[in-house]
Design a protein around this ligand. Sequence first.
Ligand code: FAD
Ligand code: MEZ
Length: 570
Amino acid sequence: PEVLADFHGEMGGCDSCHVSDKGGVTNDNLTHENAQCVSCHGDLKELAAAAPKDKVSPHKSHLIGEIACTSCHKGHEKSVAYCDACHSFGFDMPFGGKWERKFVPVDADKAAQDKAIAAGVKETTDVVIIGSGGAGLAAAVSARDAGAKVILLEKEPIPGGNTKLAAGGMNAAETKPQAKLGIEDKKQIMIDDTMKGGRNINDPELVKVLANNSSDSIDWLTSMGADMTDVGRMGGASVNRSHRPTGGAGVGAHVAQVLWDNAVKRGTDIRLNSRVVRILEDASGKVTGVLVKGEYTGYYVIKADAVVIAAGGFAKNNERVAKYDPKLKGFKATNHPGATGDGLDVALQAGAATRDLEYIQAHPTYSPAGGVMITEAVRGNGAIVVNRDGDRFMNEITTRDKASAAILKQKGESAYLVFDDSIRKSLKAIEGYVHLNIVKEGKTIEELAKQIDVPAAELAKTVTAYNGFVKSGKDAQFERPDLPRELVVAPFYALEIAPAVHHTMGGLVIDTKAEVKSEKTGKPIAGLYAAGEVTGGVHGANRLGGNAISDIVTYGRIAGASAAKFAKDN
Ligand code: FAD
Ligand code: MEZ
């Protein structure tokens, strides 16, 4: 047998996977087919429990939702490990092939699309949401709470978009967790930091809404079961305001899971493997619904009063990235594979206005060996960055544009993140990097230096000087403003890092109600809303670490509520 279906077909016929009298798959979530896998093989938890403890288990991951077996185990084509979209584990899977993904433009196959539109409406709802990242899930929860019937469409087999990968934190000012920790902050300082970090080209009204609603968004998440009690520092922030779960665990997977659970609990109709390829409008330009391509069911039209675009950014589409910023051609990206910019494409077809597309951020600390971004929180909690000569060369918690530029000037266009065991213990996210075998270790700084092939005496001198700055409270070399701890607790650790494309600041022009503006009239397109990385204006030319999760929760909520109200009123 060449593929899984051949093998199962030989054993039990098509019935072993499908309901034979239905004449095809159940739906695009492959609900019945996946239940069949679980009934014979057990669920993910059971499979993960049976895996050897010393290896990365393909069935244990940081991904969210109920991951379908068919996300990796394909029936009629070669199976692929979805994890290999970011990592390269090379799992030996039955009937396995190599992970590859070719970008297919949303308007490919136009004749088939026109035919599906001519066939008419297949389903009707109040609100359609495009994308199951944080913005889409927050919009779903708030639209359902406002009484709207919601269909949420996600093109990937696994929900959560980039949101599920976020590790560092969610920025918010004047929050209860800050108060509990004795941190004094002001919404106005968050506004000022965000404007300064964005080189003052942000839309100031959008920034005000971001900061002024941020503590409320923390309360909203907490009321739904989130733990946002650990507060740390991110680059460009003048106060500790980056919220995450206890012990510094990854923020995004937690927030996305809480939002997912709450969207499901509220009866949102969530469809995976369902790509929106067109937004439909009437002759007056009012939105009337969407054209979807179900991976298994094909094209169909959903009629809706309002549509929320929460389709994320385009950092994983290097061709598009390089078009706007040629310096980033060929760069790796920290993003999930679905971050290709579909949201912009469907909105542009619908006449939406865009802004700031040329501002694309590289994250300074991506691990090429692990295929993962190393959270800024490692530096926020005290790690330093050294070059191949064993020397520091920057304020480690400067903004990302400056940090990335400084690293690219070093020999080999990469550098090493160096930290001690006290930092490791302060941040659960680090265990994930250790698990991936990308962290080098030494009992002394000199031993660590040998592991990474930098001059031992120079690295020891650098660490001693840095510890002196921590003691005196002043970084005389690079004016790092926050010096959390000396690097003195053995063992010591290092990992190689280089910049990778991380965030696309530009996108659709929205107002404070998350209404999408028309390119032609400058006025809102009736029934069209957007939130999250697909929009522009909140972050200006450069986003501050921790501000995206804040953005998607606050604007996702606003977009969902605005869309539900529009559906009710129209
Ligand atoms: P996403 O979460 O990307 O979701 C968009 C979804 O839409 C995707 O699932 C996508 O597949 C789907 N989609 C796209 N097109 C279509 C279509 N045509 N039809 C149907 N579905 C579609 N920010 C912080 O503030 N703090 C952090 O600590 C942090 N860490 C990060 C770490 C990593 C590794 C990355 C990559 C980003 C991080 N960010 C962080 C940034 C932040 O995670 C993202 O900007 C944010 O989560 C984007 O949310 P979103 O809902 O707008 O988009
Ligand atoms: O906001 C981000 O992108 C972020 C905090 C990333 C990280 O380094 O953790």
